[in-house]
Design a protein. Structure first.
Length: 120
């Protein structure tokens, strides 16, 4: 190990807890490893050890998908039109005359900042 870092020691109960977290639906070993600032390979090693691996009975089942209620509000905004174009592309026409065309993949946050800048 580089520098003056000391090897961390993990109590057995904490190892079991960390291993159990990898069984949650949609959670990867890498995500759990980042949460504890550790290498994912160490968790994989623990998972192979029967002392720390979660019991098959303890593994939570994935819940059935459910629909959540959604309310849509139409607010007045400076956007005049949102035109649909070929798949993967759309256009936004603003009241100040600017038009934004977006094609393919895009960063929603970046687009929101761009629109905010155009409207100010």
């Amino acid at each position: 190990m580089a520098g003056n870092q000391k090897k961390r020691r993990w109590p057995d109960e904490e190892k079991r807890s960390i291993c159990f977290q990898t069984t949650a639906p949609g959670v990867s070993v890498a995500q759990v490893a980042r949460r504890y600032a550790m290498n994912a390979n160490l968790i994989f090693k623990w998972l192979k050890d029967e002392r720390y691996a979660p019991d098959a009975d303890a593994v939570p089942e994935e819940p059935d998908p459910v629909f959540l209620p959604v309310e849509v509000e139409v607010a007045t905004s400076p956007v005049l039109a949102l035109a649909t174009a070929p798949a993967g592309r759309f256009e936004i026409e603003l009241s100040n005359g600017h038009r934004v065309s977006v094609e393919g993949g895009f960063d929603a946050d970046m687009l929101a900042r761009l629109l905010k800048g155009l409207l100010s």
